[in-house]
Each structure stands twice: as structure tokens, then as C-alpha cells.
Design a protein around this ligand. Structure first.
Ligand code: SF4
Length: 217
């Protein structure tokens, strides 16, 4: 049984796409359900090889029920296309499914309440590569707090056959954070290389790193 960021054990429910959509749309597990318009079910193929995990819907996402909209969506789609990936073949989803009031950051209790939906969606899609946008999404998928600066662009094993490539959230590009766009492009190119078999999985990356460190004495 997997764990939440706080170390609490959590079950991964097995769902069909229809059951998953119904579970999210009817969810009242935290207070965010009260003001939502459209929760994020996840969009894109249910058998996508690549899943991109954002954080939380804001106003535009809530209006359209999408995981990522507007400028941030454009940043990611442009980086996908540059990497040779087709945005329509990628699954987009988010850690928290309902928009918080005034677009505040989600609270830990809300993240914990929603984590089961992400587990269920990842179990349903069973991707080869997961790209997380930002530190919160990365920590939730890895089930422990992880500083993004230490892992962005690396290949990490979530479980056998599933590689995580953490990257920056595209909202950083909107805020003018230097190098954010370049880092997202770099990390999506890594995701594409793993999908193409040109770069090894997270386990292989770790083994390569250990060999390099051992060689350095
Ligand atoms: S944010 Fe997640 S846990 Fe909270 S009501 Fe929405 S779907 Fe349910």
C-alpha cells in the first residue's frame, strides 16, 4: 500500500475511465467541492505513454475542466512539440481536482484528500513516463517532500517501468523566472528520449550515477 507525503498509507483504487470520471465529479472529500464548477478528471488518451501532472485548477481550468489552460498550457505544448511529442497523445492531469477560492494554494489536507484520485488515474493510464510540474506535484508522486532543485530533469523510478521526470511549473515562465522555459524544454526532451529508448529508466540512471561516483573514488 503506498504512502502520502505525510507518511500515511493510502490505497490505490482500481477504476475504469468511466468510474474514474464519476468518482472525481461526485467527490466531496474536502471542502473544495463546494465552489468548483468543473473538477479536473484528466484529459487525453486513457492509455497515454506520457502523463503530465500539474498542481491545481485556477479560474480558466475550472471553467473548462482542463488540467492546464492559457499561457501555462501553451508553454508546455510548445515544449512537447519541440521535443517531437504530440500534445494530443499526452494525458494532462493535476494533483488537486477542484479550484480553491481566490486561486489560493491548496492546503495539505486538501492535497491528501485528493491524492487517491491521482493514484487511481496513474494506475488506470499506466504510463511509461510521468512529468511533474513543480515541487508539490513531484513530492506527491514520489510520496515524500523533495526539493525540485535537487531532482528537476533527472530520471527517477516511480515503480518498475515507470520513470518520473520532474520539471518546473510553467507558471514560473509566466512570472518571468529566468531559465524556466529552457528547463521545461530540456526536461520534456528527456521524457521523449526515455520514451524512445534513447535514455534509460530511472533505475538505470541511478546505477549510472553510482558507477560514476564510484569511479571518482
Ligand atoms: S479537491 Fe479532490 S478531494 Fe477535494 S472535493 Fe475536489 S476531487 Fe474531492
Amino acid at each position: 500500500m503506498p504512502e502520502t507525503r505525510s507518511g500515511e498509507r493510502r490505497e490505490t483504487p482500481r477504476r475504469t475511465p468511466r468510474e474514474h470520471a464519476r468518482a472525481v465529479r461526485s467527490c466531496t472529500a474536502c471542502g473544495l467541492h463546494a465552489e468548483r464548477l468543473t473538477p479536473v478528471v484528466g484529459e487525453g488518451p486513457a492509455d497515454a505513454r506520457l502523463v503530465i501532472v500539474g498542481v491545481v485548477p485556477r479560474r480558466h481550468e475550472d471553467l473548462h475542466g482542463t488540467a492546464l489552460a492559457g499561457g501555462p498550457r501553451n508553454v508546455v505544448e510548445e515544449a512537447l512539440t519541440r521535443a517531437g511529442l504530440v500534445p494530443g497523445e499526452v494525458r494532462f492531469t493535476s494533483v488537486v481536482r477542484c479550484r480553491p477560492p481566490d486561486d489560493r494554494a491548496p492546503e495539505l489536507e486538501e492535497v491528501r484528500a485528493c491524492a487517491g484520485h491521482l493514484d487511481a488515474e496513474l494506475a488506470l493510464v499506466d504510463p511509461e513516463v510521468i512529468v511533474t510540474l513543480g515541487e508539490l506535484a513531484t513530492s506527491v508522486v514520489l510520496r515524500r517532500p523533495v526539493p525540485l532543485a535537487r531532482v528537476a530533469g533527472y530520471r527517477l523510478d516511480v515503480r518498475q517501468g515507470v520513470t518520473l521526470v520532474p520539471t518546473h511549473h510553467p507558471s514560473e515562465v509566466m512570472r518571468g523566472v529566468p531559465e524556466a522555459a529552457k528547463a521545461i524544454r530540456r526536461d520534456l526532451a528527456v521524457a521523449k528520449a526515455v520514451l524512445d529508448g534513447r535514455m534509460g529508466t530511472g533505475a538505470q540512471a541511478l546505477s549510472e550515477l553510482r558507477s560514476r561516483l564510484a569511479a571518482q573514488g
